[in-house]
Design a protein around this ligand. Structure first.
Ligand code: FES
Ligand code: FE2
Length: 447
């Protein structure tokens, strides 16, 4: 190399552009993040393994030896409550040849026997039985062949999360200021000790998981996507649920950017302004129930009726848990262009059966009457993004330049309900995760 006392005039080699900065810009994202198999494969490590992912609610496994199947992205796991009532999470992937060890969605079992060659595991994932064990030598016997476990498992007021990343911050830190919204939602539903996840409704959708997540904080689409529902409600009942979205930006609803990509739409100022119950669309059994509550609860009747319907918040815990109304929605990405959406109804232990029946009617209402509108649009977006490679961009610039997203007194940045702040906030977190090189680890040793 030439040396000189003068300042070098050699050109500085350009820094290779960060592909993630190209793909995710402040107000738009590239179509490839929804359609590229390689990006999806990286997401399964950098997002669905390297950060905290929701796996189960403790009420789904209330008794010792209860179990349920769950997912960390495409990884299948079994969530159990062991004989000492400790919640355990381990891979539903046999340590022998990879078959699923458990094929029931949920149940009660102290052990799992792999259907392929009969290896037996206890409900902490530890191998204890191998048919014809004498055929295996000392090298095999020295290996850890227990079912693998994520690096960390933790619970926040009944919501169980796991991650393969040993360096992930504590769960409560990851939830950050979103925990305040979770607390409000849980308390509205009777508190952690009274909340029970009940039945599930499944949708298998031909779209990337992020198209569903984009919509989770979208207060813009309602009067258009759900037009038929709003028109029908208005024509038959003269207004009611969700009609305050017609002039959404003049409403008192808000959209909040929370820590680590979490977000929330708060509809309470409109939905709960007078009576959420009165705004709800009619449902089977409504009038007899209203009479029953009036007779049973007296002065408390209005409060009881209002808590029967939704909590008035959509809280999105990135990347896969949404608390909507009084339901719990969980996303399970299965392929770059396919996602399973799980809608769980909830019930309360501290109310009588009639109240829970009406909660269930409410919980049937939107998934049946409205979710199809959204599902059709998610699949149409996927087709459009996949089939038109020359049209590269997905827009998320609504209210980006209007100065309406501002820090509130509590330090949280909030915007009008139709802002794309939700997308901009979670994509910033998505990009941070995709740029990182996390350590992922599965424990296999004896507990
Ligand atoms: S794959 Fe499970 S015992 Fe062989
Ligand atoms: Fe919708």
């Amino acid at each position: 190399m030439r040396t000189t006392n003068q300042r070098s005039t050699l050109p500085v080699p350009p820094v290779a552009p960060d592909p993630w900065d190209d793909l995710v810009q402040e107000d738009r994202v590239h179509r490839r993040v929804y359609t590229d198999e390689n990006i999806f494969a990286r997401e399964m490590n950098n997002v669905f393994a390297a950060t905290w992912v929701y796996v189960a609610h403790e009420s789904e496994i209330p008794e010792p030896n209860d179990f349920k199947l769950a997912w960390l992205g495409t990884r299948d796991v079994i969530v159990t409550r062991d004989e000492e009532s400790v919640v355990r999470v381990f891979s539903n992937r046999c340590s022998h040849r990879g078959a699923s060890v458990c094929r029931e969605q949920r149940g009660n079992a102290s052990q799992f026997t792999c259907p392929y060659h009969g290896w037996r595991f206890d409900n902490r994932g530890q191998l204890f039985g191998i048919p014809g064990k004498n055929a295996y030598g000392p090298t095999f016997k020295a290996r850890d062949m227990h079912l693998s476990r994520p690096a960390q498992v933790a619970s926040y007021r009944g919501f169980v999360f796991a991650t393969l990343n040993p360096d992930a911050p504590p769960l409560v830190k990851h939830l950050g200021n979103a925990a305040r919204y979770m607390d409000a939602w849980i308390d509205y539903n009777g508190g952690a000790e009274n909340l029970v996840l009940a039945g599930t409704q499944l949708f298998r959708l031909a779209c990337n998981w992020k198209l569903i997540w984009d919509n989770a904080g979208d207060g813009y689409h309602v009067p258009f996507s759900h037009q038929s529902l709003l028109v029908m409600t208005h024509a038959r009942y003269g207004g009611g649920d969700m009609t305050y979205f017609a002039e959404a930006d003049r409403s008192k609803m808000s959209n909040s950017a929370l820590d680590n990509g979490h977000t929330a739409i708060d509809q309470r100022a409109e939905m709960h302004a007078e009576s959420a119950w009165q705004q709800q669309r009619p449902q089977p059994g409504r009038e007899p129930y209203q009479d029953y509550v009036a007779a049973t609860y007296g002065e408390q009747a209005k409060r009881v009726l209002d808590t029967t319907v939704g909590a008035g918040m959509n809280i999105n815990i990135f990347p896969n848990l949404a608390l909507i109304g009084n339901q719990v929605q969980v996303l399970q990405p299965t392929a770059v262009g396919e996602t399973v959406m799980h809608w769980y109804a909830t019930r309360r232990k501290d109310v009588d059966a009639q109240v829970n029946t009406m909660r269930l009617r409410t919980q049937e209402d939107f998934p049946v009457m409205g979710e199809m509108d959204d599902a059709a649009n998610f699949e149409e977006c996927q087709r459009g993004l996949f089939n038109h490679p020359e049209d590269e961009w997905v827009d998320m610039s609504r209210h980006y330049e209007t100065g309406k997203d501002v820090a509130a007194e509590d330090g949280i940045i909030r915007g009008l309900v139709t802002t794309d702040l939700h997308m901009r906030n979670y994509y910033a977190q998505w990009k941070r995760l995709m740029q990182a090189n996390p350590t992922l680890c599965l424990a296999r040793g004896k507990l």
